[in-house]
Design a protein around this ligand. Structure first.
Ligand code: G
Ligand code: G
Ligand code: MN
Length: 731
């Protein structure tokens, strides 16, 4: 067992690390850059597609400069990815900034970007600008990430000091004006600090931090001049570790390639031409063919492992988009989109797989299982083909296959780990969303769930988008919970309850999806659909001889703002030839019985059309009972807190007694919900409440089950006389 305990501790540690706000900001920043990365990848593919016929065709069609088109896209996307990252990281960090200090969300982005560009600009006269494009591109990525995180942290730290926040009475100026001004001094100080550091560094002869980093990184190799397995292992280790940090590893180590592996290739090719056997194992094609299948990190193995075993849709979609470029060894979408870069889950396999592959391939060559490379091949020739072309032998392709299988096997456990981490994080966030949905009641001031900051709000947005398609895709349906007259045991009505079976997540609690529909306004359409489903069922039941049952449908505040709602409901009843007293609309007390609603024209119109109302969750709101007279209601449904408490609390009993009394005098039906056992049932009946809904009789049922259940009670207790308190549907 201690083994398992330790495993779980590591898992929890990793889960914590993955949730780290800075790493999250980096991941989100990369994800936000995805459109740009996909466009850039397409441009690489268009320009480098490794088919001579294609290259000739394009030259013939557009002239020798045809690659400019792709170059423009590439420079416009990957060429400025470091700037975009600064913007994105600022944006991601602003989300949790915002909770503590109301702040314009763009400000941290500006601070990060300005800081980065002030560090990257140079005073050397460059053609037409003061930036070396190189450092705005992928090559500046690590520095951009580090600087943005630092700058935003310092900015946020400075914001904490009230003296630094310029306060002024906003008066008629908008919120952005006052927010921008209050953040002004911390923002300026942050930029000044970094610019000061840069000036100081320059005074010591250190101008561009990137140049220095790159120079340092290639140092270890200057010592290792030998073309041996140790050098190859270190080369793969460093190259992929750099990629993991978001640095173009192959580019940094280009000197090694130039000094060792390209000459190695040339030596083999020369030997081959001279009719001699090749002698050098480590050549440029060695690395292109055997250790970077699908790109750095041999990520074709990762891609296949994800498609085989990952259950997360995001990861799967990114992998699907990556298939085509990965065939040509272009894996930026996977590296930045999944992402692999700075993702603690994938650091081990991402570095281990290429190192392993270099060792395996070394021995395969050493033992003569696979011939050495004698032809140079372009880096973007698809796997298996390049192995064959480089060695003139299918064994080259076989070794690639072997390495690919090893890559899949090494990546697989980490994909499963990622799966578990994502699932855990999803569940945590979903629970928070569900709690938020249950907590706050409806508000008049805009969205509740959609305005939650960060990942939870993001999840709310995703679900709201899914909900828009749910009706068309048949994911919504209604369930019906019987309402029973406990004196006779007969079912006199049902409450219809909307359900959403999400294709990937499963059943979504109604509090969540109804809350989302209220936020987006979609509830108006969904609500009408639910009413029509319920009314249609009444028609079906009546045709089947089940006549004296009514249906109660829940209605949200948003629906009562739609002036056409009452007439649409009436239209539905007419369409299905169902009498108006077969339908009840349930509105919660906190919505219906307020001064605001007393003036509501929709309620007045519903009343005029004789459409009956039930008041849900009655007894705990702060409503004034006088409103009960304003809109004659048919039914009061006791709040669950009251019914659950009746055995334990005297005051709940007193309250129910007086509500029962009130109902008798106003001729209103009283219904107790959430009745789960006989003790509660008996007590409630003794207090004057005999209409019961709850698990004691039945949970919500499908339409078919409800029909069977109701027919059963009607057979057992006879169809007449009509139950006391329950409404008989006329006609
Ligand atoms: O989890 P449960 O089924 O108990 O959730 C039911 C709650 O969801 C109800 O109290 C109601 O507020 C809401 N609800 C369920 N169905 C509908 C519906 O069709 N329309 C509206 N507006 N709300 C519904
Ligand atoms: O808020 P409203 O009354 O519309 O909520 C109805 C919801 O209450 C239904 O979704 C149903 O699933 C749930 N419900 C109905 N009866 C019981 C019960 O006896 N116990 C519990 N826990 N929930 C119930
Ligand atoms: Mn209800």
């Amino acid at each position: 067992m201690p083994q398992r305990g330790r495993k779980n501790t590591v898992f929890q540690w990793l889960a914590g690390l993955v949730k780290n706000p800075y790493l999250t900001a980096v991941r989100e920043g990369l994800t936000l850059a995805l459109p740009l990365i996909i466009a850039g990848t397409l441009a690489i593919l268009i320009n480098t597609f490794p088919l001579p016929a294609y290259q000739e065709y394009m030259t013939g069609l557009f002239g020798p400069e045809w690659k400019l088109f792709g170059d423009y896209i590439h420079n416009g996307t990957f060429g400025v990815i470091s700037v975009i990252m600064a913007l994105n990281i600022g944006h991601s960090l602003a989300e949790d900034h915002n909770v503590k200090h109301p702040l314009n969300r763009v400000t941290p982005s500006i601070v990060a970007t300005v800081t980065f560009s002030s560090l990257m600009c140079t005073m050397e006269p460059l053609a037409g600008g003061a930036f070396a494009m190189r450092w705005l591109s992928v090559h500046g990525l690590l520095l951009s990430i580090v600087i943005s995180l630092l700058a935003c942290s310092i900015f946020r730290f400075l914001l904490r000091f009230p003296v630094l926040r310029v306060a002024f009475y906003s008066g008629s100026t908008g919120a952005s004006m006052s927010q921008a001004i209050s953040a002004m001094i911390p923002a300026i100080l942050t930029v000044l600090l970094f610019a000061g550091c840069k000036a100081a560094a320059k005074a010591y002869g250190l101008e561009n931090p990137n140049e220095s980093i790159y120079r340092m990184l290639s140092l270890p190799f200057q010592a290792m001049g030998s073309n041996h397995i140790e050098t190859a292992v270190v080369y793969e280790f460093v190259r992929n570790a750099l990629w993991f940090l978001g640095i173009h590893g192959s580019n940094v180590l280009e000197p090694v390639m130039q000094e060792l592996y390209i000459p190695g290739m040339q030596a083999n090719a020369a030997a081959y031409l001279a009719g001699l056997p090749p002698t050098v194992i480590f050549t440029k094609p060695f690395f292109d063919c055997y250790t970077s299948i699908g790109g750095a990190g041999s990520t074709l193995g990762l891609l296949i492992a994800i498609l085989l075993r990952h259950r997360d849709n995001g990861a799967k979609n990114i992998s699907r988009i990556s298939i085509l470029p990965s065939i040509f060894n272009i894996n930026e979408i996977l590296l930045f989109g999944l992402p692999v870069v700075l993702n603690p889950v994938f650091i081990v396999p991402f570095i281990l797989v290429p190192v392993l592959a270099s060792v395996i391939s070394y021995f395969a060559c050493l033992w003569g299982l696979v011939p050495l490379a004698i032809h140079d091949v372009a880096w973007n020739i698809p796997v298996f083909i390049d192995g064959y072309l480089a060695t003139d032998s299918p064994r080259g392709s076989l070794l690639q296959l072997f390495n690919l299988v090893v890559a899949i096997a090494v990546y697989l456990p980490f994909v499963i780990l990622d799966n578990r981490l994502k699932a855990q994080q999803f569940n945590e966030n979903f629970k928070k969303l569900a709690d938020a949905a249950v907590d706050g009641g409806p508000t008049d001031i805009g969205p509740r769930l959609l305005s939650i900051p960060g990942l939870i709000g993001g999840m709310a947005h995703n679900l709201a988008a899914d909900l828009k398609m749910a009706l068309k895709r048949n994911e919504l349906y209604m369930e019906f919970q019987p309402q029973v007259d406990s004196d006779t045991g007969r079912v006199y009505g049902v409450e219809s309850l909307m359900r959403w079976q999400h294709p990937h997540i499963g059943r979504i609690p109604p509090s969540v999806f109804i809350g989302l529909a209220e936020d987006t306004g979609h509830i108006v359409a969904l609500g009408l659909w639910g009413i029509e489903e319920s009314v249609r069922l009444m028609r079906v039941w009546r045709d089947a001889g089940l006549r004296d049952v009514s249906v109660a449908v829940n209605v949200s505040a948003r629906q009562l703002e739609d002036a056409s709602f009452p007439d649409k409901v009436m239209g539905i009843l007419n369409k299905h030839r169902v009498p108006v007293d077969c339908l009840k609309l349930e509105v919660t007390e906190s919505i219906a019985l307020t001064s605001h609603m007393a003036e509501n024209r929709v309620l007045a119109r519903l009343h005029a059309l004789n459409i009956r109302l039930a008041i849900d969750d009655f007894g705990m709101g702060h409503s004034s009972l006088t409103y009960l007279k304003k809109f004659p209601v048919a039914t009061l449904k006791l709040d669950a807190i009251l019914t659950r408490d009746v055995l334990a609390s005297r005051s709940s009993c007193e309250i129910i007694l007086s509500i029962a009394e009130l109902c008798r005098s106003l001729n209103i039906d009283l219904l107790a919900e959430y009745v789960e056992d006989e003790a509660h049932l008996l007590k409630l009946r003794s207090l004057g409440c005999s209409n019961i809904q709850g698990y004691f009789y039945s949970p919500p049922l499908s339409a078919g089950e409800a029909f069977t259940f109701i027919s059963g009670t009607h057979k057992a207790y006879g169809a007449s006389p009509p139950p006391r308190g329950g409404a008989e549907c006329g006609l």
